[in-house]
Design a binder for this molecule. Structure first.
Ligand SMILES: C[S@@+](CC[C@H](N)C(=O)[O-])C[C@H]1O[C@@H](n2cnc3c(N)ncnc32)[C@H](O)[C@@H]1O
Length: 280
């Protein structure tokens, strides 16, 4: 039973963090001529209408993209992300927010291949409609965790596995931990990016330890939160594990995270992290 609908959360602080980081990975992959593949295991619908009743109900986007959209002082490295959002709002009014498939396809070149999995039947149908005429883009109504077995390694032998689970089931941290292991075992040189919500510090420490025990290659841990550690009303922030990050990401990301944090944290709560979970 799938209860999670991303429409309620599209464009929120976690999405801005996640998609700003995703664009850094895609820009790095596109620096080499050789085509690459991206597998997006939990794709969503690809583009979200922020005037939709569900977005209006939570208004989460106002604290995320709503705070970043109008700024004119963003670091240049955030331009590809902000341009992807602007491309979906050509009249200059923020109405749509692009999801990971939309952002990815925009940053990928014509021979790069995008594989999208979405388990919700209606959401998958919406995604298929949005990408009806897109080249080298395959859309599957299937479980993204199982898709790791079917689609990795990609024939290109270059690329990114992006895992953005909905965290609406028990032991989702266990599932993403196993998914990282599966993706890495099948495609050892591939980049893996996995989003997670920030939970109690004991749960986060256990997650980090289980990844460190796995024998992964160099792995970065990125986080951004805009609420204090004891915040319980909703998630206080989120993070991303990046296995095999592009060279230099550890130096490039901290100023970007710092800018995003300042833009989205008017109370100056929370903070950012960019640390090697498994050092180089
Ligand atoms: C957080 S949203 C994805 C957002 C999207 N990655 C983005 O950045 O725009 C999670 C999505 O995963 C879908 N989903 C839940 N369980 C899934 C599974 N086992 N396999 C594939 N998709 C799943 C949900 O329907 C939801 O659309």
């Amino acid at each position: 039973m799938l209860s999670y609908r991303h429409q309620f959360h599209a464009g929120n602080v976690a999405d801005v963090f996640k998609h700003a980081m995703l664009t850094q990975l895609l820009v790095a992959l596109a620096k080499k001529d050789k085509p690459f593949a991206m597998l997006d295991t939990h794709a969503g619908i690809g583009r979200y209408d922020l005037t939709h009743a569900w977005s209006q109900k939570t208004e989460e986007w106002r604290h995320g993209i709503g705070r970043v959209w109008a700024r004119t002082d963003a670091p240049p490295a955030l331009t590809p992300y902000l341009e992807a959002v602007r491309a979906d709002n050509p009249d200059g009014h923020l109405k749509h927010y692009p999801g990971s498939p939309r952002i990815a396809r925009r940053l990928m070149r014509k021979d790069d291949r995008l594989v999208l999995c979405e388990l919700n039947k209606d959401d998958c149908a919406a995604l298929k409609l949005l990408f009806a005429s897109a080249r080298h883009t395959a859309i599957h109504n299937q479980d993204g965790f199982l898709a790791l077995k079917g689609f990795l390694p990609p024939p290109e032998r270059r690329g990114l596995t992006f895992i953005d689970a909905s965290f609406d089931q028990a032991d989702e941290f266990g599932r993403i931990t196993r998914a990282i292991k599966e993706a890495h075992t099948r495609f050892a040189t591939g980049m893996i990016a996995v989003w997670y919500p920030l939970m109690a510090s004991s749960a986060m420490q256990a997650f980090a330890r289980s990844l460190q025990a796995m024998g992964l290659p160099k792995t970065l841990q990125l986080e951004l939160s805009v609420y204090p550690e004891d915040w319980t009303e909703h998630i206080r922030g989120s993070g991303m594990i990046v296995v095999n990050p592009p060279f230099g990401l550890d130096r490039e990301v901290p100023p970007l995270l710092d800018w995003l944090w300042r833009a989205m944290s008017p109370e100056n709560a929370g903070g950012t992290r960019c640390e090697w979970l498994v050092p180089e």
